[in-house]
Design a protein around this ligand. Structure first.
Ligand code: FE
Length: 172
């Protein structure tokens, strides 16, 4: 009986957060945190995407298709706002970095958030280009060229079909 009288409060205390400043201090980071693995990104569920996307969005995002120039949603779009990944909603580009490249595709000279846009070599169709994909879900976005305007000199040539636009009140 004596044991139970003392042990019960101890057991209850073990499950209750300690309000002392020491207990609220952030835990130190692990000594050797492994780099995020590719598997951590949002997986492309093709069947789910086929139902959710238009045929053109599906073709571009999953099979790296290219929409026609001057016949897509955002090539001549000038509203202020942000462009998101149509598949996973990651924020990709800002209208402030959009420029008229004359190509007929929406073009940006920079990304909005590093890591949300990934670039890697693409050797398809007998060309060596740099493919641009969503850094979160792997969805195809377009290609990157080094003939853009200052300050970056880059041209992210993106398919409208890969993008979802969210406008803001301010004007560009
Ligand atoms: Fe995405």
């Amino acid at each position: 009986m004596r044991f139970a009288r003392f042990a019960l409060p101890l057991l209850v205390a073990a499950c209750t957060p300690d309000p002392s400043p020491k207990a609220q201090a952030p835990a130190p980071p692990p000594a050797a945190a492994p780099a995020p693995a590719k598997e951590e990104k949002v997986a492309l569920d093709k069947e789910e995407l086929k139902k959710r996307l238009t045929p053109q969005q599906y073709e571009v995002c999953v099979f790296k298709g290219t929409e026609k120039p001057f016949q897509n949603k955002f090539w001549n779009h000038h509203d202020a706002g942000k462009y998101h990944c149509v598949v996973c909603d990651a924020v990709l580009f800002d209208s402030k970095t959009k420029f008229d490249s004359g190509t007929g595709w929406p073009s940006f000279y920079d990304v909005l958030t590093k890591g949300n846009v990934k670039a890697e070599v693409d050797r398809s169709h007998g060309m060596v280009r740099t493919e641009v994909t969503c850094g979160k879900c792997g969805s195809h976005l377009g290609h990157l060229f080094e003939d853009g305007p200052p300050p970056t000199g880059r041209r992210y040539c993106i398919n409208s079909a890969s993008l979802e636009f969210r406008g803001t009140e301010e004007k560009k």
